[in-house]
Write a protein that binds this ligand. Structure first.
Ligand code: CA
Length: 239
């Protein structure tokens, strides 16, 4: 279980046990959940088994080197932030690291405070992305908690209604055609009922739920074209 107040999950891949131990202790004290791997191979196994928010990666590792680990990591995920540890005299490592998708680097010997500060900055930037909120008028959708609120009322949506509303919010104030919904929401799913009827049923339910929580009509049908999520209706919109 990951504690909800955890600052983030960090993987340290470092073969110098003393450096790894000091880093680990400081990160644990700062509230991070830390895993230590002492070889590139072990690091890759950890990366394969769980999702990390950030990886502190030493470039000089015996066996599978830091750069190889970074390349494999980047092939599999774009979300794990990477801070590369490089020796003072190897500018080449730093350039290669950054070119291979590292987010930052720290030169050895480093101060723990500096590493900690850089980790904080990277994860804060990262969590802003994760904590995206979509808004229109008094309607808001928290993409992390998947909570939808209109005014002060919480709106309970089925996963499908949520997906439709998210799509409409991302395309707010522009007309979303039935075809766009079919391509993006249903994506070739098996259906017994004609797709137009399915869309109409879900849109009608979504509209009822949205109307039940606020004054202004937000979800409009543009006859013969599609739908519009806006605080103002389109030219030929109907309820
Ligand atoms: Ca090393």
């Amino acid at each position: 279980m990951i504690p909800s107040d955890c600052e983030g999950r960090v993987l340290i891949i470092e073969d110098e046990t003393r450096v790894a131990a000091v880093l680990c202790q400081c990160l644990v004290d700062a509230g991070y959940l830390v895993t230590v791997a002492s070889t590139g191979e072990q690091g890759l196994i950890e990366l394969d088994h769980q999702q990390f928010d950030l990886c502190v990666l030493d470039m000089m590792l015996p066996g599978v080197g830091g750069l190889a680990v970074l390349n494999i990591l980047r092939q599999n995920t774009a979300t794990t932030k990477v801070i590369v540890l490089s020796a003072r005299d190897s500018a080449e490592d730093r350039v290669l690291g950054l070119e291979s998708g590292a987010d930052d680097y720290v030169v050895k010997p480093f101060s723990i405070a500096e590493v900690l500060a850089r980790i904080r900055i990277l994860l804060r930037r990262h969590s802003f992305l994760k904590q995206e909120t979509l808004r229109l008028a008094d309607l808001q959708m928290d993409c992390t908690s998947r909570e939808v609120i209109r005014g002060k009322l919480r709106i309970d949506l089925t996963p499908l209604e949520y997906a439709i509303l998210e799509f409409l919010l991302r395309h707010q104030r522009s007309v979303v055609t039935r075809n766009m919904l079919i391509q993006n929401i249903w994506q070739g799913a098996q259906r017994m009922t004609p797709i137009d009827n399915v869309i109409d049923v879900h849109i009608a339910r979504l509209r009822r739920k949205l109307n039940g929580a606020g004054e202004i009509q937000l979800l409009h049908t543009i006859r013969g074209v599609g739908f519009l999520l806006s605080e103002r209706g389109g030219p030929s919109s109907s309820e």
